[in-house]
Design a protein. Structure first.
Lengths: 392, 348
């Protein structure tokens, strides 16, 4: 299958009639190759295993430098500058924290709850610091990006996310430890879970708003103007796809069982098919829903990110992404996982090349416009401590 | 002194300045229109050689130089006395990559076959018995909540079977018999017997019925379960699966956590088969010491087979499915192998 996507909707405009505010589309290109990333990945994996994962930050820097360095915006690459030794210190600290957290759970349930509360309390600060680190160590045209979110903002973005956990723990504690839960408990539990589900799109929007409102390159800072409603729409559409994909095959296999009940000659073959059907289709749901949500959410989030002079446009289509996902799954299974670097490069290419940067300023002038603000020393030290992988 | 055309960025403005680079013994010289800089070599973060992508070198001061002609850059830096690190050499040669693949396969096989079982034994030996006991208590709680009901077997019958097992175990040296207790339950999942970490043996009414209350067969089954307790298989399995899960998620987790679960399942099934064999060997040891022929266990397998055939005739969809899945994820050795093992043991 061809892994490339139809190019940006509007071709690169090189016209320099600056008098009229004409839109320029700066394409994003990804020039990485699967075979080269395979060599980087396999050596990283070997060294991580041999060093009992102490090598992890070095592996991560090599991976990010490869992916950033092959991401060209208007023909100029991104770069990553993280210093592995500093990152190692951050990982060790976070590792220690989570080690203590999991030990506390063994010690006593109360100690476990206290540890959970501590982790929840410092998690937003960790996320903010890790976003700062990632952006401050990413550059384009020699200029470092910055993350300008405040600490308070991080708490407002993440603490509501812990509400479902609190509600879940509360509902579980309220249940009698021994014996059967009563009907009232079951109903209360169901309501809590439904409320959580209903709050999910808002929680996700709240987090994305915090992140996408605070990306900055020199004086250009992004704003995020997607509405909560649009998040609800996308997430419920996704839910609809899941329900549809689950109900159809289930109904089909029940039908098969019913039909076979009538005849005397039904063999174990029918039983096998009826038994395996739901399993296979559940796998299909699992494989389908990820590319569906990835394309819809990427388009929603990035098309709604930008400011008056620079915007992003994302046109990631579901069907090519779905075909690529199927191909990746097939080859991952056949190669026992060795295909992963090729899959990662193909996915990254498809996702990045679906995005264009749209600007009303002439690209040459834009470059002049981007210059550091007073006090914006390159390599802001504030973000030097932590680097975490939080699913962004 | 060789030179290279490149673009210079000052780190304050995004504009590129065309410059020429010269590599000297201790400094990088950058010359261009109104630019004349010398950066100490130790303040330069050099790019690593890759086949795709440009070359960008960063300076501690915040500036950087960029060159889109990667081949020219590589030639220039090599002639200036800069060398690839060992890791870059490994990453940039197919021989190095193939060597890494081979080394990884050897390491994974060694970990799965020898490293992990040995390490898990070590961890289990170091863990206090209280860990097993609390694991066992939690499992018993879950069993009672979801899978089992109180036993309907008369207390006399329970006492008789318990006494018979105690009698059989008496002929063994006391230090080779773990602390144990035998409980009876009515099962919601058909005839079965279980050993929980910490020494609780669970015998179901259905299994007692199935073998016709034959105390020798029941003792043989319980001796097998006792083997799991003695070798602390429950805890060992937990350690093995945790480590296996960690390894699998490093390799496959980026792609899919579901796919990362597959090697864990396969590895777990393989460890489980080994544990069953170990427990079978223990059962033979107990039975022989008690003067019971290990061949009595054959009765159990025959009865189970009979029951299976009956339910197959009724055509349970789930039965067909379970046996199909069993081919890929068998957690026990095949019945035929086990019958053979016990008959062999009885012959000696």
């Amino acid at each position: 299958m061809d892994t490339s996507v139809p190019g940006p909707v509007t071709p690169h405009v090189t016209d320099t009639l600056a008098s009229e505010p004409q839109a320029h589309h700066l394409p994003i290109k990804f020039t990485g190759s699967g075979s080269e990333y395979f060599r980087i990945w396999i050596v990283n994996l070997l060294l991580m295993l041999l060093s009992l994962s102490v090598y992890y930050p070095w592996a991560k820097v090599r991976r990010l430098r490869y992916f950033h360095g092959n991401t060209l915006i208007d023909g100029k690459p991104l770069d990553f500058h993280g210093a592995p030794k500093k990152m190692l210190k951050g990982y060790l600290l976070v590792g220690l924290l989570f080690g203590l957290y999991s030990l506390a759970g063994n010690f006593s349930p109360t100690a476990g709850l206290v540890a959970l509360a501590i982790v929840v309390a410092i998690w937003p600060a960790l996320m903010k610091s890790s976003m700062q680190f990632r952006l401050a160590n990413t550059s384009w045209c020699g200029m470092r990006f910055r993350f300008k979110g405040s600490l308070g903002g991080a708490y407002w973005a993440l603490l509501p996310m812990t509400l479902p956990i609190v509600a879940f723990v509360g509902a579980t504690v309220a249940m009698p430890v021994n014996g059967k839960p009563t009907l009232e408990h079951g109903v209360a539990f169901g309501i809590v879970m439904l409320l959580n589900l209903a709050a999910l799109p808002w929680l996700f929007w709240n987090l994305k708003r915090y992140q996408h409102n605070h990306y900055a390159l020199a004086s250009l800072q992004t704003t995020f103007n997607a509405t909560v409603g649009s998040f609800y729409k996308v997430l419920f559409k996704g839910l609809g796809v899941v329900v549809l994909l689950m109900v159809l095959p289930l109904a089909l296999s029940f039908g098969l069982i019913e039909v076979s009940k009538g005849s005397e000659s039904r063999g174990p073959f029918i039983a096998l098919i009826a038994g395996l059907f739901p399993l296979l289709f559940m796998l299909l749901v699992f494989v389908t829903i990820k590319p569906y949500m990835t394309s819809r959410i990427q388009n929603l989030i990035w098309t709604r990110t930008g400011n008056t002079s620079v915007r992003f446009l994302s046109h990631l289509r579901f069907s090519p992404l779905f075909r690529l996902t199927l191909k990746n799954w097939g080859l991952m299974i056949v190669t026992l996982g060795l295909y992963w670097p090729f899959a990662a490069v193909a996915l990254t290419r498809m996702r990045l090349e679906a995005v264009t940067v749209k600007t009303r300023i002439d690209p040459d002038e834009l470059v002049n416009l981007i210059s550091a603000v007073e006090g914006d020393a390159a390599g802001d030290a504030a973000g030097d401590l932590f680097d975490l992988d939080i699913g962004l | 002194m060789s030179s290279l055309s490149a673009s210079y960025f000052d780190g304050v403005h995004a504009r590129a300045h065309p410059v020429t680079l010269y590599l000297q013994r201790d400094a990088l010289k950058i010359k261009g229109d109104g630019i004349d800089l010398a950066v100490a070599l130790r303040d330069v973060q050099w790019p690593e050689r890759t086949r795709h992508g440009m070359r960008v070198a960063h300076f501690k001061s915040g500036g950087s130089v960029q060159c889109s002609d990667a081949a020219a850059w590589d030639l220039w830096s090599r002639s200036g006395g800069l060398h690839d690190s060992l890791i870059v050499k490994l990453q940039q040669s197919w021989r190095g990559a193939l060597f890494s693949v081979a080394a990884l396969i050897v390491i994974f096989v060694a970990i799965q076959r020898w490293g992990l079982p040995v390490a898990a034994r070590g961890v289990v030996a170091a863990a206090p018995m209280s860990v097993d006991v609390s694991l066992g208590e939690a499992s018993m709680q879950a069993l009672d909540n979801y899978l089992m009901r109180p036993s309907k077997l008369p207390v006399d019958e329970q006492t008789r079977l318990r006494a018979y097992l105690a009698q059989a175990l008496q002929s063994l040296p006391t230090d080779s018999v773990p602390h144990w207790q035998l409980v009876f339950r009515e099962s919601r999942i058909g005839p079965n017997a279980l050993a929980l970490p910490g020494g609780t043996l669970v015998m179901t009414d259905e299994l007692v019925e199935l073998v016709g209350h034959d105390e020798k067969v029941i003792t043989a089954v319980l001796a097998h379960e006792m083997g799991h307790v003695r070798h602390r298989h429950g805890l060992r399995m937990l350690v093995q699966v945790t480590v296996l899960g960690g390894l699998a998620s490093v390799v496959l987790g980026d792609f899919s956590t579901l796919l990362a679960g597959v090697p864990v399942l396969l590895g777990q099934a393989s460890y489980s088969r080994e544990a069953e064999q170990e427990a079978d060997a223990d059962a033979v040891r107990v039975l022989k010491a008690a003067g019971i022929s290990p061949a009595v266990i054959v009765t159990l397998f025959e009865k189970l087979e009979e029951k299976r055939r009956k339910s197959d005739k009724r055509g349970d969809a789930t039965a067909g499915q379970a046996s199909w899945v069993g081919i890929a994820f068998a957690s026990h050795p095949s019945d035929a192998d086990r019958v053979h093992f016990f008959k062999e043991a009885a012959g000696h």
